[in-house]
Ligand binder design. Sequence first.
Ligand code: SAJ
Length: 457
Amino acid sequence: MNEKAKRRMSESTDQQTAVTCALLNELQRKLADKTAKLGVIGLGYVGLPVACLFAAAGFKVIGVDIQAERVVKINAGISPIEGDEPGLAELLAKVTHAGTLHATDTYAPLAECDIITVNVETPVDEQHVPRYAALQSALRALGAVLKEGALVIIESTIAPGTMAKLVKPILEETSGKRVNEGFYLGHCPERVMPGKLLANLRGVSRVCGGETPEIAQTMIALYRQVVRADLDPADCVTAELVKTAENAYRDVNIAFANEVALVCEAVGGDVWKVRELVNKSPGRNMLLPGAGVGGHCIPKDPWLLVYEAQLQGVPIRLIPAARAVNEAMPFHMIELLEAALVEAGKAVTGVRVLVLGYAYLENSDDTRNSPSAVLVERLRELGAAVVIHDPYVAEYQGDIYRMAQGCDAVMVMVTHSEYRQLDWATLGIPIVVDGRHICDVAPQNRTYRAVGQRIVS
Ligand code: SAJ
């Protein structure tokens, strides 16, 4: 390339940079005076509280969801989110009444938005492959209406490399604009937890991954309007890695606790005593062994983290192995049950089992990826009759003592508070299999088996 051409290119780049900075400065000004119009795609347990918080902060927010009935409920000021979410229903009623949040099932109104967050599901399938159908559909529909100079922020959890390989190309193709010229792009993974949606959104730090440092700073200016915790600038791939790694970290640590529990059973230790004393050692924090790992993110995010590396043939061993350990725990619960039944001269086929807890987490109604579902399916495959109790899941609520009648065994899968007050004598079930250390001591006159403890009856 000759000097003249190089100069022309350099001038063009400088001009483009100047335009980009001007557009981003304009965006930051509109954030400061709250004239920026925001859009939120996906009004589920993440998107809805996000939309409410930005509306409550004084922005006009357009929420988009493909479920028309959900849109109708939201515009009526009624939260479609199941379970107890402190403050959400009141906040939603307030912002819909004030008219600062409006929901719709069409993308057209997003054409006037300066910033749009995307909060749609990003599951993995049975083969642990990310399934981005919802994300791709949302991006295509958004690209078609995307305003010049708009900032698009993906809040869904995605595999490292997805911003570059999927999000950017789809938006460029469907909008006809180029990233960092016609629109801007960032990734700010959510860190919410059912039951604490608003608290986590306000109080938990966020990684603001921008295509450029200036975009990361603009994202910080946005989230500073609602987040009181650290807002850490980064690039997109770092943001993708942080969210998936933080959950893989938790999964691996739970698997470690579960494997130590299996060792304790084999050699006659008590994993709860072992854990207590291990954690007295500086820098140790052994997590809780148990009946399995459920939920919307811990079972999924490790697979998102390793997906691209595995595609490239990188030997990834620990994280998949941890997943296997945790997925095996419901089946280990059945092994404990079978050992107790043998003592009573019985087999799983034909016995009646009461399962305590169907949610994936204590004092929650959330049943996504619940270990109890795996346990119940296997018990029924083996020919057991299964009765399920869960005080938080509507279809399994009931009088636990009545449900216990005629049962040969009871299996504790979740540490719902009310289970700690159970009167095992009154419950009258001869075999107790404890998956969550709900019993500090083995109930008297019962055949008791527990994860991490070798019980000699
Ligand atoms: N579990 C164990 N042993 C433990 C901890 C959890 O067996 O020591 C089991 C639970 O019973 C449950 C599953 O793991 O079945 C997940 O429990 P969780 O406490 O990790 O709860 P989640 O799934 O709601 O995790 C979310 C995550 N937050 C986000 O993805 C934004 C996770 O990163 C958080 O650490 C967690 O909330 C939290 O502690 O807030």
